[in-house]
Design a protein around this ligand. Sequence first.
Ligand code: MN
Length: 717
Amino acid sequence: MLRINDIIDKAQTYLPQEDLEMIEKAYIYSASVHQGQIRLSGEPYLTHPMEVAGILTDMKMDAATIISGLLHDTIEDTLTTAEHLEREFGRDVTFLVRGLTKLSKISFGSQEERQSENLRKMILAMSADIRILLVRLADRIHNMRTLQYHPKEKRIYIARETMDIYAPLANRLGINWMRMELEDLSFQYIASDAFNELTTKIAKSKEARNRYTEEVRSIITNEIDKHSIKGRVEGRAKHLYSIYKKMHEQHIDFNEVYDLIAFRIILDSDKEKSCYEALSMIHALWKPVPGRFKDYIAMPKANNYQSLHTTVIGPYGERVEIQIRTKTMHEWAEKGIAAHWRYKEGRAYKDNEQDQIKKLREILEIQQDVKNPKEFMSDLKLALFPEEVYVFTPHGDVKSFPKGATPIDFAYSIHTDVGNQCIGAKVNRSIVPLRYKLQNGDTVEIITQAGHHPSKDWLKNVVTTRATSKIRNWINLEEKKNSMALGRDLLEKEFKRHNLKFNNYMKTNEIKKVFAGFSVNQIDDLLSYVGLGRISPKRVVNYFLADGEVSATEPIKEKLKKKRLAPPSLGVSLIGVEDPDYIMVNFAKCCNPIPGDEISGYISRGRGVIVHTSNCPYIKKMGKDRIVNVQWNFREEHTYPVHIKVVCDDIKGVLTEVSSIISSFDVNISYAEVETVNLIANCNFIIDISSLPLLNQILSELKRLKFIKSIEWLHHF
Ligand code: MN
């Protein structure tokens, strides 16, 4: 059993005294909270965090990481709280332990094989600090080393998970020894027969292999000495799983696997040039196998691995695989990202972290992988600057979304109906607003209500294309309904002007001529095109008028005049006039006052009192003796026609949208038309307004529409 002194002994080679004291403190703490807990192996639970911390110390991790190793299960499995940890060990350690607690939760639940890529990404994304992932991997290594104590089914499940998720993660981070150990340990449980067979074969050939290894090694060593190249030569059996994979993938027998042993020249010099020199020396010594040379120095692997690889025909005519690299490249090849976590004395954690991130950035910038650079880049970026979030369905399935996604995106990812009828969401069992931004690890549940429908505002709160297009579809459908209703209304009015009833023509053969004339197929399309302003109601009615009678375009001015002919006299009351009912009241055409305007009355000859706005230039010129005080009489509702001119982008449905806003104020639209010129739509409306505040309300509502360029309202002619 590993003892705290073993850890301290190793740590003191690179950590200062105060760090060692903290590690000891964490040990005592961990021992006390885990007291009485026993592992399946029968050992005290404490052995597990100790081993994890030991692995991290071997990796020369900083104190916070080692302490997190000692404490990684405390929040999850003991009565310890994050608050308590923070008091005792500070924020940095607490942050890591919390991250680990969160991570440990996602390994449970039943995942489909195909989801493992998602899970890997999720784990990366949740490891906001790469150290979280390193502790997690060390944790997994120790759990795999002691897997034999679990029941068989559990063993296979954990081994699969390790093979699918953790070994590839170690590979991504370039920590080769971890990848190999995780793969071999998993292999042992997943395919135990093949594992045992291979182990036996390798054991049998061990002696011969050792002899052979020694022989090749000394030939290479002599050769590099001769060329006064400084370095060492290693010959090592490849790890079992890679041999197994090779046999399996290439359908070859164990005896045909020549390169069981990989030779490696590790140069003292840090110059890349020396590697190429050593390579040419090897190629002069043994004949290279064509097509087997790989230059990972010029083109590093995705995980930043650098080396020269070559295969040559060795002393017995066999293939020999040789790797050539510098010491620095070797350190990276073995430790990967962990090689960057070297503790730098006297540096505060923050600097240290920035340093790490800077280094990772540099790594990212120099990435040029031969195979799949994109994947690694995005994964590593994800680890540092997460761009995606991973959340759970209530059943434990993982779903991934772009960063910024909301429960609405989630709802549409399940089913269009779930999206359309979504009225709320629960995240981790609490209700959240629909604009809530999903976080990694959230469990999301959607609340629906039959008959509910999407709102246009939702478009501002979704990021997935699926949700966006589904919401748009719904809105388009809704707009079509609205434009049809408006189209019908406009047609009915236009027909009525000619004493015709539109409804009588709807199902006749004559309407089919109209369809042909406007290239539409059905009444719905005709209605909607009229509603959208693409077809004018006048052109439709012309089909049904007697020869010679044409629904001429009546200038809007004329329309207004007609409308204005009968302004209700009861709209104003005269102040100080004894019997106002007997006095005729007219509204001035120069300023066309509407209720809410400040008004003055002018006593005319023969036309009664003419009501002007108070600031009308005409009334100012009139003699004061003929002016009377008048005021609006709001006791009864009267409406006044107002001409609204809207200039906007020519997008589908402008007319419908503007009309539906006006109608929402319960205001009658007596006339509506659209003219389109050069992608600009000029819309003219005559609406019946009962007061100025109401008009202002409508205008300010219209101004909120993005596609509108300008709005004018006119009643001065
Ligand atoms: Mn653990």
